[in-house]
Design a protein around this ligand. Structure first.
Ligand SMILES: C[S@@+](CC[C@H](N)C(=O)[O-])C[C@H]1O[C@@H](n2cnc3c(N)ncnc32)[C@H](O)[C@@H]1O
Length: 168
């Protein structure tokens, strides 16, 4: 089996700083049907699977009123990702791309996000649809998704990268 952390041709690694600038708390874990990252869908729209956010007791009080939201933004920590690539070569892409132009979990701070549908809550347990991570992935944060402010229907991604940022 090939090493999933091995660098591909065209990828560029950078030296990471020796120390961290901030700490964070894992507020829980995410239970999903996928035992390995190779089993995961590429994004949460590719699956109808129900996943569960298990929020640890000290943080579960913060879930009060969360049922008011039909959809949530979930932030999670991609704990198996390497962190030192500035240029990456996605498996099915022609060439290399900048880390910050990609949704890859490989990044200096391997924080992932998904917009999920909230299916139900039982105390510190939230059942949701729309995740793409391995079972046991650490949970960082949960926020309500506001279609009024978070949705940008006009948004595009030009994969050739020729769209000028100044047009934004
Ligand atoms: C392309 S990323 C997208 C993540 C998130 N939806 C985002 O846009 O930030 C999803 C992929 O990350 C990989 N992955 C899932 N769980 C992981 C984990 N705990 N650590 C590292 N990689 C993971 C899987 O290959 C999965 O298909």
């Amino acid at each position: 089996m090939s090493d999933p952390t091995a660098h591909r041709p065209g990828e560029v690694a950078i030296p990471l700083p020796e120390g961290f600038d901030a700490g964070l708390y894992f507020i829980g874990r995410i239970r999903t049907p996928w035992a390995s990252r190779a089993d995961c869908p590429k994004n949460g729209l590719q699956t109808q699977a129900t996943c569960t956010l298990l929020v640890d007791p000290p943080f579960a009080a913060g879930l009060q009123n969360v049922e008011g939201a039909s959809h949530l933004i979930v932030l999670y920590w991609m704990d198996e990702a390497v962190r030192d690539l500035a240029l990456q070569r996605p498996r099915h892409a022609e060439g290399s791309r900048g880390t910050f132009s990609l949704r890859s979990p490989v990044r200096p701070n391997p924080i992932a996000l998904s917009v999920v549908e909230l299916l139900g809550r039982d105390e510190g347990r939230l059942d949701v649809r729309g995740l793409d991570c391995r079972d046991g992935t650490p949970l960082l944060d949960i926020k309500p998704y506001y279609a009024t402010t978070d949705s940008r229907p006009e948004a595009v991604v030009d994969r050739a990268g020729t769209r000028r940022a100044a047009e934004a």
